[in-house]
Design a protein around this ligand. Structure first.
Ligand code: M6R
Length: 612
């Protein structure tokens, strides 16, 4: 969603901020802007559209400044246009602000300010906030920092903000509640950003701001205080991310780079945790909580989108291996019910970004009811990682493409490790099965690599179906969540309508859609429901549906029945999702590219959904 980049130091701020905003483009946005302070003069440049359009419009006109703030906006209040783009200035034009999040009570504040004669130039909640801060300064006579604090105590909602002031050159003020903000610390310079990607090429020393904290950089020094004026010593952490992980590395899109990275990212998610030869399985962040999991009455898994699909896979794993009752909930639904949950329940929150607002809110709700919360997150130090009692990072590396690919397989891998470890602790699997699973898991990266040998064939199939208007994806058992994930991948990047269904459900409705224009993707690998899937394929073929089947290498029956076949290597049934999802990712990618879609930044979508 929205992105923040701000800089104060000795470098030329404008190109640095623009470069940082481009690094944040993957989050999804519809306009961008920059405010620069030059000899106490505050200038704002903003424009609807891509950062490159902002850059083109002001090329050569911007002054050299060593302090500035920049933003990419994903519209919530007011349509995407130049006037609603950030930064916004105060009534006296001496302050400017960039903001991620939503100020929920902005309308009542705006009403009071209008009565005092404030004039607004946008439809945004953000503009109201900076006017409010100015008003507090004016009414109370407090300095800017204290006025920011007083304003933030009054606002309801979520925010990560950075404020620049014409009266205070060399100063930036930032604050957060519910929306991430990271501060990079260099030699006589500071960087602010909504995630570490714009900072990584300048410094690896960072401070993650906590909720209700206000950070001030003044005269080359960083200080942090809470909204209640409690001083905190900044806790400096080292970023482990490398620059090449956030660049395309010769690929046309981040998505295809990330698909092909999966043998490595799956291996990374197991690194240091699994050594099959020594029967070794350990999850550092979870070890002391394994008893809690093994003794849980119930596991409730919460997540959204692809992470929710990974949760559905985990449901099979925990029930099959550890014999624990599992429920998988959309975080957005869970938070608005009155779920029956208590201290014998364990909640597992799954999130690539670790910033999804609905998942965070579900965690808070479950916490308030006494449940133990585990997190399975990709982004180290993210809000969800910090809000949980314990957890395991997926270590997939930065995922830049909006469509989640390597994050899904890393989530499934880590959840498999947790399920196996829990089953071992509980004594619900035999030593033989345990050792077999560890061995099979270790072999998964090589098997995923083998799926890529079919990439050219998948591309040909994509070519044939480029202009299909609908798709159905069907699977059973562990392949049912994969069917959902395949359909989600296709719709979000190609804009083709696609639905995933449990194959047996087809005859309860979707079968009415089947005709010669309906491509049906069957997840038909050799597993315990193979015979049933064969029958479902026959039902579709009898109605002239065009079938693309994902089958196990060496299968001869299904290839004789269907129109197109994509083979995947044989794996232990429990691990099916890790290989059967790969051809679906590739199929979606190639179709989207052939349709000329913006694969990495599909329309209307954001990488981390920080609003509900
Ligand atoms: O960062 P999260 O895993 O919490 O994100 C959840 C969903 O927003 C995300 O998986 C979304 O569905 C992706 N676009 C799927 O490709």
């Amino acid at each position: 969603m929205c992105g923040i980049v701000a800089y104060v130091g000795e470098r030329d701020a404008y190109p640095l901020i623009l470069k940082g905003l481009k690094r944040l483009e993957y989050r999804g946005y519809d306009s961008s802007g920059v405010a620069l302070l030059h000899h106490s003069e505050l200038n704002i440049y903003k424009k609807k559209g891509k950062v490159s359009e902002l850059e083109a419009q002001y090329s050569g006109k911007e002054p050299r400044a060593t302090v500035g703030i920049g933003h990419t906006r994903w519209a919530t209040h007011g349509e995407p246009n130049d006037k609603n783009a950030h930064p916004h200035h105060s009534n006296n034009r001496k302050l400017a602000i960039i903001h991620n999040g939503i100020i929920e009570n902005y309308a009542s504040i705006k009403k009071q300010l209008l009565q005092k004669g404030h004039v607004f130039h946008s439809d945004t909640d953000t503009e109201v906030l900076i006017h409010f801060i100015e008003d507090i300064q004016h009414e109370t006579g407090h300095g800017l920092e204290e006025s920011v604090r007083l304003a933030l105590r009054e606002v309801v909602g979520a925010y990560a903000i950075v404020i620049i002031s014409a009266d205070h050159p060399g100063q930036l003020i930032a604050a957060r509640k519910g929306s991430p903000l990271v501060i990079g610390i260099g030699e006589n310079e500071f960087f602010f950003a909504s995630d570490a990607t714009p900072i990584i090429e300048y410094t690896k020393d960072v401070v993650y701001l906590d909720d209700y904290q206000v950070a001030v950089v003044r005269e080359g020094k960083l200080s942090i205080q809470s909204l209640d004026n409690l001083v905190t010593i900044p806790y400096i952490q080292k970023l482990e991310m490398e620059l090449e992980t956030i660049e395309k590395g010769g690929y046309d899109h981040f998505m295809i780079k990330e698909i092909f990275e999966q043998p490595r990212s799956i291996a990374d998610s197991m690194r240091g945790r699994l050594r099959a030869g020594d029967a070794h399985l350990t999850l550092g962040g979870l070890n002391s909580y394994l008893d809690k999991l093994a003794e849980a009455d119930r596991i409730v898994i919460v997540g959204c989108g692809t992470s929710w699909h990974a949760g559905l896979v985990a449901e099979y794993l925990f029930e099959e291996l550890a014999r624990i009752n599992v429920e998988v909930e959309y975080a957005s639904e869970f938070r608005y019910r009155n779920p029956v949950i208590g201290d014998k329940d364990v909640v597992i929150a799954i999130s690539q970004s670790g910033e999804t607002a609905d998942t965070l809110a579900a965690i808070e709700l479950a916490k308030s009811k006494g449940a133990t919360i585990f997190g399975v997150c990709n982004v180290v130090g993210s809000s969800i990682a910090r809000a949980t009692d314990a957890g395991a990072y997926t270590h997939a590396g930065p995922e830049i493409g909006v469509a989640s690919t390597k994050a899904f397989t890393a989530q499934v891998t880590v959840l498999t490790l947790i399920a196996i470890a829990t089953a071992k602790r509980k004594g619900t699997i035999t030593e033989d099965s345990y050792l077999q699973l560890l061995n099979e898991l270790e072999g998964i990266p090589a098997k995923v690599e083998r799926v890529f040998e079919n990439a050219a064939k998948i591309k040909e199939i994509a070519f044939i179906f480029t202009y299909a208007r609908n798709f159905i994806y069907l699977g059973r058992g562990l392949n049912f969540p994969v069917a959902l994930e395949g359909a989600l991948k296709l719709k979000e990047i190609s804009y083709i309508h696609a639905e995933g269904y449990p194959a047996a459900e087809m005859k309860h409705g979707p079968i009415a859609l089947i005709d010669e224009d309906m491509p049906v993707v069957f997840l038909a690998t050799k597993d315990s429901s193979y015979e049933k899937i064969v029958s479902n394929i026959q039902e579709v073929k009898a109605r002239k549906g065009r079938v693309i089947a994902i089958v196990t290498e060496g299968d001869t029956l299904i290839p004789s029945m269907v129109d197109f076949v994509i083979e995947v290597p044989e794996v232990h049934e429990i691990l099916t999702a890790l290989v059967s999802v790969i051809p679906l990712q590739l199929l979606s990618y190639y179709i989207a590219v052939m349709r000329g879609r913006n694969v990495d930044q599909p329309r209307n979508l954001a990488k981390s959904v920080t609003v509900e």
